[in-house]
Design a binder for this molecule. Sequence first.
Ligand code: NDP
Length: 242
Amino acid sequence: MSPKRVLVTGASRGIGQAIARKLAQCGYDPVLHCRSGIDRLTALTAELAPLGCSGTCLQFDCADREATAAAITEDIEHNGCYYGVVCNAGIADDAPFPILEGDMWDRVLRTDLDGLYNVLKPIVMPMISARIRGRIVALSSVSGLVGNRGQVNYSAAKAGIIGAVKALAVEVAKRGITVNAIAPGIIETDMTAELPLEEVRSAIPMRRLGKPEEVAGLVAFLLSEEAAYITRQVISVNGGMF
Ligand code: NDP
């Protein structure tokens, strides 16, 4: 039997790259996606080839509904349905609310929240039609659960993801498809590279940032057979932040 295909959006860096690696190590065939980091994706493809991965790469801006649907639909038609999808691609664009401009609000909402819809829409019906008891995992954030200063746009998008995940989970539960969100705290990636580290660490009971691999491990579990009865949940990976 060929390995199960799992689309990982935003696999060129950070958490998405760690997820793609972990899924390959667990015997899945990750379908790798990026917006601009195609060179990094090509390097990852070469790294994962010895694990039996097909090296399928997709490149699109997940805020662009038509481009996203076209790329995903073409891949499904040529290579088959996905067993799973990890909606990981995302951005932050932080500012205190008085200087949070409209384009910062739009860009973050379009990428992080509309992007979830744009990616899932062309995937879910084929998954249902093929009777795949599949897995959907979306990256939310601690910011979507408690709200972070300077992140009104990001908190709104990440809270929106939680609502969407919970509603979709109810709709597809009887098909055996699970839908869950992961809410990381502060993880060491490009996204957090410019944060004031001492201040950040003091806000985390474990006194350290999380590693991308510590999020990837949870994704792998949620994709596993053992997690078949876990759905409509938000699971935090945050070193005890709240
Ligand atoms: P990075 O900034 O390291 O990587 C972001 C990834 O998303 C890249 O692969 C990037 O592709 C892709 N991406 C960004 N914008 C778009 C777009 N418009 N269309 C398609 N792909 C896009 O982020 P992290 O690894 O830190 O974060 C991954 C996810 O986890 C995000 O959803 C983030 O919000 C969430 N998260 C992260 C936390 C953290 O502390 N790091 C905490 C909580 C949640 P490319 O390289 O091609 O630009």
